[in-house]
Design a protein around this ligand. Structure first.
Ligand code: IMP
Length: 216
């Protein structure tokens, strides 16, 4: 089975690619589709955006596609930045801009009230645009008072997972591969693949029009 990782975010591409090792699927990336459209993430929920990206890119690339939408929810900010995580400090904000804005929004908030979570919704769509699987993974923690560490991307230098003293950017890839919101969601996807040896794939539609299955 060939599976497209439907994201243009290099950090996520790398993490998802690594997490898919051992799934027994061959993986394509959007780097193989230079004409792939930029899907507008205009839905109010992570699930809405993940579904939209999976559907549009699956249809464009004619491949079973896995998309994720993810972000950070901070309790003291009523769930912000949420679906706006990538664009929190503006449409072309860098990770550093977003982190600066987050620290400034939490300036007067004490350590005990800086609880937050990373959320990842994964959606799997067939090339005909049908979402056949969806799941949500979480990583609970809190926001540090200053950035620490050099690994990862996004808000990693500010996020301290529950039970840890270091930020994700200090803990590094091995911690994220085992415990991240994305890793937790991918475990559910693995369960789906294991329980569904024949993932529906209309790409191989027979002449009578019945939905075919693609054997992995
Ligand atoms: P998306 O491409 O719309 O899903 O944007 C997700 C945004 O949420 C990223 O650009 C980051 O700012 C943030 N984010 C999601 N996952 C992570 C993570 O694992 N570490 C740090 N930041 C993340």
């Amino acid at each position: 089975m060939n599976l497209l990782i439907a994201t243009k975010n290099r950090g996520k591409q790398k993490e998802l690619g690594r997490l898919l090792e051992g799934f027994g699927v061959s993986v394509s990336s959007l780097a193989d589709f230079s004409d792939a459209p930029d899907v507008v993430e205009d839905q109010p929920t992570f699930a809405g955006n993940a579904r939209k990206k999976a559907r549009e890119l699956a249809a464009h690339c004619d491949l079973l596609s896995l998309a994720d939408d993810s972000g950070l929810e901070v309790d003291a900010l009523d769930g912000a930045p949420g679906v706006w995580s990538a664009r929190y400090a503006g449409p072309h904000a860098s990770d550093e801009d977003n982190n600066r804005k987050l620290l400034s929004a939490l300036q007067s908030i004490p350590a005990a009230e800086r609880s937050a979570r990373f959320v990842c919704v994964l959606a799997l769509a067939t090339s005909s645009g049908e979402v056949v699987f969806e799941t949500r993974g979480l990583l609970n923690g809190r926001i540090a008072e200053e950035p620490r560490g050099a690994e990862g991307f996004g808000y990693d230098p500010l996020f301290i997972p529950e039970g840890e003293r270091s930020t994700l950017a200090e803990l590094g890839a091995s911690f994220k591969n085992a415990h991240s919101h994305r890793a937790n969601a991918m475990r559910e996807l693995k369960r789906y693949f294991d329980e569904t040896p024949e993932v529906p794939d209309p790409q191989t539609k027979p002449d009578d029009g019945a939905l075919n299955v693609r054997r992995r």
